[in-house]
Design a protein around this ligand. Sequence first.
Ligand SMILES: Nc1nc2c(c(=O)[nH]1)N[C@H]1C(S)=C(S)[C@@H](COP(=O)(O)O)O[C@H]1N2
Ligand SMILES: [Mo]
Length: 377
Amino acid sequence: MRAPAPEDFTSRLHGPALAARVGPALGVCFGICFLTGLLSHYAQQPSQPVPFPPGPAWGYRFTQGLHVVTGTVAVPLLLVKLWTVYPRLFDRPARLDVRHLLVTALERLSVLVLVASAVFMLATGLANSAQWYPWSFSFRTTHYAVAWVAAGSLVLHVGIKLAIVRDELRRPLEHEARPSVLTRRGLLRSTWLAAGVAALATAGQAVPWLREVSVLGVRSGDGPQGLPVNKSAAAAGVTASATAPGWALTVTHGDRSVRLTREDLLALEQRTEDLPIACVEGWSASGTWTGVRVRDLLDRVGAPRGSDVVVRSLQESGPFRTTVLQAGFADDDRTLVALALGGEPLALDHGYPARLIAPNRPGVLQTKWLDRLEVSA
Ligand SMILES: Nc1nc2c(c(=O)[nH]1)N[C@H]1C(S)=C(S)[C@@H](COP(=O)(O)O)O[C@H]1N2
Ligand SMILES: [Mo]
């Protein structure tokens, strides 16, 4: 037995001709995924040096949908890319002098870091979008940190390979007279097809008319009132507190405070807004929400414009039970304490008795089962 050598891989599907064609597409997906990911991470920071804007209302829905679609499309592209180049793992260094060995070792190390971080990003991202968390670390922090490792090693890799890619792309893929199993053109066509299927299969989570074909769309529009449910009231442990007859929303500003029952809230001026829930996991859906403007409630306790608001829910544990509503959102006319969805009282799973809904805000921050809105004086 001996280790395989590059000459043992005779298939014409290996090598730079296909790598140089699939690689750039993969690079574009990774690039879009990285930038939209940075945006999503920033949008979820409780304190933001540059405030995340409350518009356009569909902005986060679009960028996060794109994030998950490009991440999913990257999976078949990465697999094919690895297939085209993996025989190089068995390359032997061309010369045995120290400098050459060092350069080779560094290049291999950078590829190792790139492949490991790329696989990590796609695997954790896919698991997250399937709401499957088979790990104990914080998803967002880790996915974010490794993204920088992947981006850094990708930039290095592109820098090293750019000349080869340029040369390869100048040379046309010749027709193969007697293909073995699959021609290079055939593999390329299958790759683009797989990427297209992956895109269609996830995009339906965000694009209503694609919903039917979206087999990978985990949440398909089921759920009460035509809207998917992320966490149910039972799962959040709020069924009793959310249906208790004594429920009231407390709004505080320093030592001023008001308590409003659902009837009190319904007696205030009602506003209706069409706003999407756009989950970080990639699904999104629009709803028609009716309720009271947050700004109107803040006026009742004399909170000045420009105040951040701490939003607390009835939920007793879990990372999303409390969120910060930054001033730009709190002062936006479209930001509501919603009491109704689609003209009906909010379903318990959508946040009854009252929930927050704001434009261009990650779904994870659209707090359900409200208890208190707090403005520090
Ligand atoms: N209190 C509380 N609010 C919450 C959550 C939660 O776990 N607890 N999940 C959030 C997430 S991740 C999303 S995507 C939206 C989903 O809202 P929906 O279930 O009404 O569609 O609610 C948000 N509000
Ligand atoms: Mo979410």
